[in-house]
Design a protein. Sequence first.
Length: 255
Amino acid sequence: MDVVTLVSAAVALAGAATAAVLGYWTQRRLRTLEQRNLMDAYGASLAWAAFDLQSRLFNILYGYAIDLAPGPRHGFLTTFLVNGSPEEAEYARRSTIFVLAEYLGWVEIMRRDIQFLDLGRSRTNQSVMIKISDVSSALNRMSSDSNELRLFRAQQRAIGELMVHPDGEPGRRRCLGFAEFSAKLDTDDVFRRWFQQLLADIDSLAEDVTPALPRLQRIQQHLVALIDLLDPKSERFPHFRDAFDRDRHLRAAAG
C-alpha cells in the first residue's frame, strides 16, 4: 500500500470519526430541544390544570371560612350546592370533579410522552416530578375523619387515562374539555362509574366540609408548590399567591 493510499485511508477514517461525533452531538442537542419543548408545552398545560384544581379547593376552603364569619355572605359549596338551583348544584359537582380529572389527565399525558426522555439532568424537572408525586400521595392519603376526594394511585391513573383525548398523538396530546366530559357523564355508563363516588363526595363536603379540611389543605399546598415550580416568575398566575395567603390567614382567624 503506497503513501497516498495510506493518507487517503487515514483522512477517510478521520472524516468518518468526525461525522460520527458530530452526528452524536447533533442528535443529543435535538433530543435536548425535544425534551425542552415537551416540558414547556406540557408543563404549561399542567400548570393551568393545577391552578384550576387549586382554585376550586381554594373556593371550598375559603368558602368554609366565609360561612363561619358573621354576615350574609356564603361560601362556594353553600351558595351553589345548598342554596343554589338544581342546575347550579350540578354544575358545581361536575366542574369540581372535572378540574380534578383534568389535572390527572395532564399528569398521565406527561407520564406517557416524557417518561422515555432523560429528565435526570434537570433539577427543575426532577423537582416537578417529585411534587407531582407529593400531590398523588396527598390524594391517596387515608384519613379516619374524612376520605372525600380520595383516590388510590391506580384510580388516579385510570381517571387520567379516561381524560386523555383519543385523537391526540405523542407530543400533541390534550385532555377532554368540559363539554366532552359532561357529555360522557350523561351517555357513557362505564365512564360515569369512575366518577360516581367523587360526585357523591361533593355533596358530602357541602353538608360538612370540616372533617375534610386537613386533607384538602394538604392537597392544595402541594398544588401551590407545583405551580411555583412550573411558574417560578409568576408570569402565568401573578396574583394567585396573594389569594392563597389571604385564604390561609382567614382560615386561621376562623379557628
